[in-house]
Each structure stands twice: as C-alpha cells, then as structure tokens.
Design a protein around this ligand. Structure first.
Ligand SMILES: NC(=O)c1ccc[n+]([C@@H]2O[C@H](COP(=O)([O-])OP(=O)(O)OC[C@H]3O[C@@H](n4cnc5c(N)ncnc54)[C@H](O)[C@@H]3O)[C@@H](O)[C@H]2O)c1
Length: 372
C-alpha cells in the first residue's frame, strides 16, 4: 500500500510513500523518456542494479553511475563526471536522471539534471529519512565548493519522489534519528499530530528496522512531507513562507560550521530548535511548557539538546555568515505556540546570549533560568 502527497506549484509532482515501490518508477518518469541514468553511492549498488533491471524490463535504456559517498559526491568534479556520462550516452532533453541515495546523492543528481541541457527530468529516490522528508522534496539541488556547502545550485523540482520505507532498514540508527529531528521540526512548525505520534512511539522510533515497517513511521513521513509540500508549493524560491522550514537551522548551521561538519545535521538542528524555543520564551513569546516539550521529545529520541558553553563568539560569527542572514540583522524563526511560527529579526544580543546559556552544557536547569 502507498500514499501520495501532491506538491503544488508551477510544476506539480507526486511524492509516493510506501514499501517496495520500484514498480511506480516508470509512471513517475512520465511520458517520452527513453534513457535513464541511475546515480547512486557504492552502498546502494545492489539496489541501483535492481532499479536498472526494472527499467530495462519496462523498455527504457537504463544506465548506472556510481558516485562517492555522502558529501564527497557534492563536488564540481563529480558533477562533471556525470555530465560526461550523460554526454557519452547521448542523453537528450526528454531523458531523465534517477537519484538513488541520501540527501547528498539527491542534491547532486538533482543538480546534474538541472544543468544538463538546461534541465532534464529527475526522479528522486531518497534512501535516508532526512532525504525523504527534506532533501529530496522541494526542488533545491546543489553541490559544495571549497568555500562552503551548497554554494552552487539550482531550484529544479523533481518529476516525482519515491520514498520506499523498506530502504530505511539498513540505515545506521544515528542517521535514522538525525532524520527524525526534521520530522519533529515539521511537528512544531505546522502539525501537532506529528508530536503526539512521536511522544506515543519513542521506543519504536529508536529502532530503524522495527520503525520502517510500522504504519507509525509511514504516517510520520507522510505528514512531514505534507508540511514541506504545502510550504514549497506556495514558495519555491524562499521569498517568505519557506523560511519556516529553517526552524532551528540558524543556530544548527552555526554548530555544524563550528564543528566542521562532524556533527550530523539533524543533531545540530535538534539543539538549534531548543535554542530558538528558549529565545522565544525569553522574548516573552512562548510558554515554558512548549519549550520543555521540545526538550522532552528530542531527548526521548536520543537527540542532543545542549552544546558546549565556550563557543559563543564562533557561533555568532557563523550565524552572521549564514546565507539566510540578510544585511546585518540575525533572523530567526520562532514559535508563539505549536504550529504558529513567526519571524524574529535582530533580537537583543542579551537575549541571544541568555538563550545560549540555556542550551550550554552544564547550564542551570530551566526552572532556574537566567534572568535578564
Ligand atoms: N536540497 C535540500 O533541500 C536539502 C535539505 C536538507 C539536506 N540537504 C542535504 O542532504 C545531505 C544530507 O543528507 P543525508 O543525511 O541523507 O546524508 P547522505 O546522503 O550523506 O547519507 C548518509 C549516509 O547514509 C548512507 N546511506 C544512504 N541510504 C542508506 C541506506 N538506505 N542504508 C544504509 N546507508 C545508507 C549514505 O551512503 C551515506 O554514507 C547534505 O548534503 C545536505 O546539504 C539538502
């Protein structure tokens, strides 16, 4: 059984969520496609070969291209290698790329599809939880440069997205839990039912094998995708609404930078969400209960809610460099309640430092909060 979430906008597409869904691929590729290049990391070579054989059986000319694992895939050199493969196999405007892998692979595959002949179709087949609920949905694609992550890219909505939950069984538990941070984020910004489901199923959700065959995870993925679909359907290019998806990300990105990307994205965003929850509370916008709900849910999943207390200057510098900062003002998405995100621009530096104190390791318990 599968469910479909429609992403609206200028180029609408479907996100299909279920188990063992490869049979759906030809329909998502759409009419007129003859050649398909399946891009994948080594860890997914067997699945990629199975996809290729399915496509051959369905009458396509299908090729596979193995790319380096994780961030090592998101380089200009690897993109150029794939452009070479497409060129040698005579890929035309009506052919397609399938990106099979985590967010790094879907970002790369999407970018190569966006740039080949100024844009050919891509079907995203995300195999990590983060990629299913975030990277593969929404049309942002990109690669890194020596100067930073995701500095080169394109908005290129996919022709479709296939979330096969069975793929998650082989995911290392830490990667699975890091993906859950983005699911919880969708709960806080837009869908309280996500939070209730997580609260009622924490044991299950700490085990990727058990979780991936449960209807609970299917519903969580569907709901998180629906939140992202609603937002990007209205605002593909980050004119405004899309910013709410960055809940917890300004501080989270700063941790990732200070830690030289040795922290998982989801773990950094987890601390980032507690930071902005504290910031909102200190600014008089958010109740103690909702802040504590952040800590309780994230901790119950095994996600971090604090960070070392001696990095403030570096974190502030990193937040100022964040590409989402406009002008000199630091901008945050904060909550006024669950499901009620608002923008907070240029908060008082004392408030920021106080929020940092609340998430610093060895910080006083929240009930003894720093007074201003
Ligand atoms: N485009 C966007 O909107 C967007 C949003 C969020 C994140 N991202 C990007 O996504 C990337 C992170 O994504 P990620 O966390 O999926 O990382 P990833 O792609 O690096 O995958 C993590 C690891 O899991 C392995 N893997 C993938 N699927 C597996 C499976 N089913 N079983 C076992 N191992 C598997 C990968 O080979 C890799 O080693 C970053 O590059 C980030 O910039 C993009």
């Amino acid at each position: 059984m599968s469910t479909t979430v429609r992403v609206h906008g200028d180029q609408p597409y479907d996100v299909v969520i279920g188990r063992h869904l490869l049979g759906e691929l030809p329909a998502l590729l759409g009419e007129g496609v003859r050649r398909v290049l399946v891009v994948h990391p080594a860890a997914l070579a067997t699945s990629a070969e199975a996809v290729r054989e399915d496509l051959l059986a369905a009458g396509f000319e299908a090729f596979v291209a193995e790319v380096p694992d994780a961030e090592a895939a998101k380089t200009a050199q690897v993109a150029a290698f794939l452009w070479g493969v497409l060129g040698q196999a005579d890929f035309t405007r009506s052919d397609a790329v399938v990106a099979l892998g985590g967010g790094a692979t879907t970002d790369l595959g999407g970018f190569v599809a966006a740039t080949w002949l100024r844009g050919i179709r891509v079907v995203q087949v995300p195999t990590t939880l983060l990629a299913m609920v975030d990277a593969a949905v929404g049309g942002k694609t990109g690669i890194n440069t020596a100067e930073g992550k995701n500095l080169v890219g394109a908005f290129h909505p996919p022709a479709g997205v296939l979330c096969d939950l069975a793929a998650l069984e082989s995911l290392p538990p830490h990667d699975f839990v890091a993906g859950l941070a983005e699911v919880v984020k969708c709960g806080f910004i837009a869908d309280p039912r996500i939070l209730e489901l997580v609260e009622a199923n924490t044991e299950l959700l700490r085990d990727p094998v058990a979780a991936s065959s449960s209807p609970v995870l299917a519903e969580l993925v569907e709901r998180a995708v629906a939140v992202k679909a609603r937002v990007v359907g209205e605002d593909l290019k980050e004119a405004g609404l899309r910013e709410i998806l960055n809940y917890g990300h300004t501080f989270g990105h700063a941790i990732e930078q200070v830690e030289r990307y040795q922290w998982r994205h989801g773990a950094a965003v987890s601390v980032g969400m507690v930071f902005v929850a504290e910031l909102a509370r200190l600014a008089g916008r958010l109740s103690d209960d909702v802040v504590e709900r952040h800590r309780a849910i994230l901790t119950s999943l095994g996600l971090p809610v604090s960070y070392r207390g001696d990095r403030w200057d570096r974190l502030v510098a990193a937040m100022r460099r964040d590409k989402k900062t406009r002008g000199d003002l630091l901008r945050f998405v904060v909550l006024e309640d669950v499901g009620r995100p608002v923008r907070l621009e240029g908060p008082d530096p004392t408030l920021l430092a106080a929020a940092y104190a609340e998430v610093s390791e060895g910080a006083p318990a929240p009930s003894r909060a720093v007074s201003l």
